[in-house]
Design a protein around this ligand. Structure first.
Ligand SMILES: CC(C)(COP(=O)(O)OP(=O)(O)OC[C@H]1O[C@@H](n2cnc3c(N)ncnc32)[C@H](O)[C@@H]1OP(=O)(O)O)[C@@H](O)C(=O)NCCC(=O)NCCS
Length: 221
């Protein structure tokens, strides 16, 4: 999560804090899905110890706090009582290929993580359902949201999945929310055959935006 503030399009607007706030009854208890969360809200929560895939939990919480202060930093959380167990973050693109080709309708899903001891319980799906499928929250329909998947961002160690199986897992999980693979010349993606660029085209996009995006993928723009 780098400081992209100076690159942010001046017309870019994050959704208002807590535009999503839902308390959902689950087998695990009452799950509070909310976001974008403010830095203050993120600091008030306890950040679960098993959220350690990208950084040690305390540092990851701090990184998300800083991220949520950025003009383009968006964080959604799922919490049981005062304990965050899943989160997902978004921003204007952060990868070199996409920083160069950024355009107003482009967003990037930065990271999604569920606490190691709470995985495979439907938490990320509950969070994604609320962000991408709730008819009351249409923010992402105005954007092309990319997710740059490289083997380095995957938890191969704890899942014991091969890179090919992790790839399949990501295609299936993200596919349920409209993310599909795009061919790209991005060297970071082309570095490993399992890496994939996924993109979700919001329903409010015009054909010219999609064409522009396709050209960016191929490096024509
Ligand atoms: C990816 C991740 C966020 C998924 O979170 P989760 O809360 O465990 O996911 P869910 O329980 O909602 O499961 C979603 C689906 O994936 C499947 N799934 C979960 N873990 C799986 C695994 N290890 N292997 C295969 N499928 C798996 C579930 O069965 C479910 O399938 P369904 O749609 O058929 O019901 C979590 O595995 C994680 O934190 N991984 C490490 C970080 C990461 O890889 N992030 C993605 C790249 S940024």
């Amino acid at each position: 999560m780098k400081d992209t503030a100076s690159d942010v399009d001046s017309r870019f607007e994050k959704p208002a804090y807590d535009s999503v706030s839902k308390i959902i009854s689950t087998d695990l208890g009452w799950l509070h899905i909310r976001g974008p969360v403010s830095a203050g809200t993120l600091s008030d929560y306890h950040f679960s110890e098993g959220l350690s895939c990208f950084r040690p939990p305390k540092r990851q919480q701090q990184a998300l706090i800083e991220h949520s202060k950025e003009p383009d930093g968006i964080v959604f959380t799922a919490a049981l009582a005062n304990n965050i167990i899943t989160y997902v973050s978004f921003q204007k693109p952060d990868f070199p290929w996409w920083i160069k080709r950024c355009f107003p309708r482009l967003l990037e899903l930065g990271s999604v993580e569920t606490d190691l001891s709470w995985r495979k319980m439907g938490l990320s799906k509950t969070l994604f359902d609320t962000i991408f499928k709730d008819p009351d929250f249409k923010y992402f329909e105005d954007f092309i949201t990319i997710a740059v998947h490289t083997i380095y961002s995957w938890d191969l160690k704890n899942t014991c999945l091969s890179p090919w199986d992790y790839r399949k897992y990501m295609l299936k999980l993200f596919g349920q929310y409209g993310f599909v693979p795009w061919e790209t010349e991005d060297p970071e993606i082309r570095e490993h055959p399992c890496n994939i660029l996924l993109a979700r085209i919001g329903t409010n996009l015009e054909q010219k935006d999609v064409r522009h995006f396709a050209n960016c993928c191929l490096g024509v723009n």
